[in-house]
Design a protein around this ligand. Structure first.
Ligand SMILES: NC(=O)C1=CN([C@@H]2O[C@H](COP(=O)(O)OP(=O)(O)OC[C@H]3O[C@@H](n4cnc5c(N)ncnc54)[C@H](O)[C@@H]3O)[C@@H](O)[C@H]2O)C=CC1
Ligand SMILES: O=C(CO)COP(=O)(O)O
Length: 404
């Protein structure tokens, strides 16, 4: 069952040394009691979202207009769901959904033209039919022009370039809202923040976070799954639920933007460790142990550096344990990490050969998280994150993964 939870205000998704240096935790990971360090989730659930009218649109038409910034495998899969949902609600949404496509040549034609004529994204999500009200657009500013709901779904390393384009006054509609489906974190020395909070601060609009056990191709093939959307307000949760909830893509909303964001980012580091296990030809017991230890470090890290987050996001929601399982068993990060152990090739070569234009997210996140822990002098509490980084980047013997 999909659901909406009435959110209450929470701390923004930023942790800086100035805001939390008073909490000089000396505990070892094993001593962290996750359930007691997180806040308790809201106990009440409001009536079914279907019974609630949508919050008013800031557009003159009185309808909402959705834009998708990103058209990789996940961007295209999310655009498909949004465009299908919107087509069935013509009184509340403008029917055309624009999707930003970074222009590429496919068989001598522009990718935008291929998508708009064949209604398929041959480059990143081949063989999946897309709805006709989904329009590929090459100009970034044109995509968000007049949009009231903006979905950010680029690989995380490209977000800054995109946000820079949106800085000019008048590009983003006043009163618009955003959601980030990007998995990663932003680290700046002793500061760490979520991409939702980065989008919020750069564009001055509220930003939710969408994350879950959602391998793009399976979602696009309409295999049943769930996702979690962390929202700053109840109005945001009503709108994003309306945009994305579908019979085969069940949306749960929670009042935990930071927890959802961190779960999505950190599971990519654990997925590398799981791939190392595969590369070493070890079995299910070992993989399960890595998943358990990884989940514990993910939750402890979030509790320590994003103290307004909720433990239940990790234990009860798709963004937590479910995403960790799917990524560690069938994801791109685990696949590339397995190849890394087997071949010893550089990450760039592995990404190029195995992902064919798609982007690896876990290696950059492992590096960012490690550097952050070093500057905060907290490496000793997160041994799995640290050993994973050192195997990936410092030639540490993979057997050291188990020296935790
Ligand atoms: N693919 C999946 O199964 C899932 C991905 N995600 C997350 O969604 C985000 C986007 O991932 P995908 O859609 O899979 O992307 P992808 O891995 O398929 O990457 C291809 C995308 O990157 C863009 N790109 C390549 N070079 C670029 C550049 N220099 N500047 C700007 N854009 C560039 C391409 O135009 C294309 O849109 C990531 O953070 C990922 O972790 C989340 C859930 C599932
Ligand atoms: O986030 C994902 C599934 O939820 C996809 O993970 P990968 O990037 O490892 O394929």
């Amino acid at each position: 069952m999909s659901n909406i939870i009435a959110p209450t205000p929470q701390r923004p998704g930023v942790s800086s040394v100035s805001s939390s240096s008073s909490v000089q935790l000396e505990d070892k990971m094993s001593n962290v009691n996750i359930s007691s360090t997180f806040t308790t989730p809201a106990a009440t659930r409001p009536p079914s979202p279907l019974a609630s009218p949508l919050p008013t649109s800031p557009l003159a038409s009185g309808k909402h207009k959705v834009a998708i910034v990103g058209s990789g495998s996940w961007g295209t899969a999310l655009a498909k769901i949004a465009a299908e949902n919107i087509a069935s609600r013509p009184d509340e949404f403008e029917s055309e959904v624009r999707m930003w496509v970074r222009e590429k040549q496919v068989h001598g034609r522009n990718l935008t033209e291929v998508i708009n004529t064949t209604h398929m994204n041959e480059r990143y999500l081949p063989d999946i039919k897309l709805p006709k009200n989904l329009k590929a657009v090459g100009n970034l500013k044109k995509v968000v022009e007049g949009a009231s709901l903006i979905v950010f779904v680029t690989p995380h390393q490209f977000l800054h370039t995109v946000l820079y384009e949106f800085k000019a006054p008048g590009v983003i509609t006043p009163g618009a809202r955003a959601v980030s489906a990007i998995k990663g974190v932003e680290v700046n020395g002793t500061d760490i923040s979520t991409f939702a909070s980065l989008i919020e601060s750069k564009l001055d609009i509220p930003c939710s976070a969408l994350s879950g056990a959602n391998v793009a191709l399976e979602v696009a093939r309409e295999q049943f799954c769930e996702t979690t959307i962390g929202c700053p307000t109840h109005d945001d949760s009503l709108l994003w639920h309306a945009v994305f909830n579908a019979k085969k893509f069940q949306v749960q909303t929670v009042e935990d933007v930071s927890g959802v964001s961190l779960a999505g980012a950190l599971k990519n580091v654990v997925a590398l460790a799981a791939g190392f296990v595969d590369g070493m030809k070890l079995g299910g017991n070992t993989k399960a142990a890595i998943i358990r230890i990884g989940l514990k470090e993910m939750a402890a890290f979030t509790a320590e550096f994003f103290p307004g987050s909720q433990a239940s996001t990790f234990t009860n929601e798709s963004a937590g344990v479910a995403d960790l399982i799917t990524t560690c068993t069938g994801g791109r990060n685990a696949k590339c990490a397995k190849d890394f152990i087997r071949t010893g090739r550089p990450w760039e070569a592995i990404e190029r050969d195995l992902l064919k234009g798609q982007k690896l997210q876990g290696t950059a996140t492992a590096e960012e998280v490690y550097n952050f822990l070093v500057t905060r002098k907290r490496t000793h509490s997160y041994p799995l994150f640290v050993q994973t980084y050192k195997i990936a980047f410092e030639n540490l013997d993979p057997e050291q993964l188990f020296e935790l």
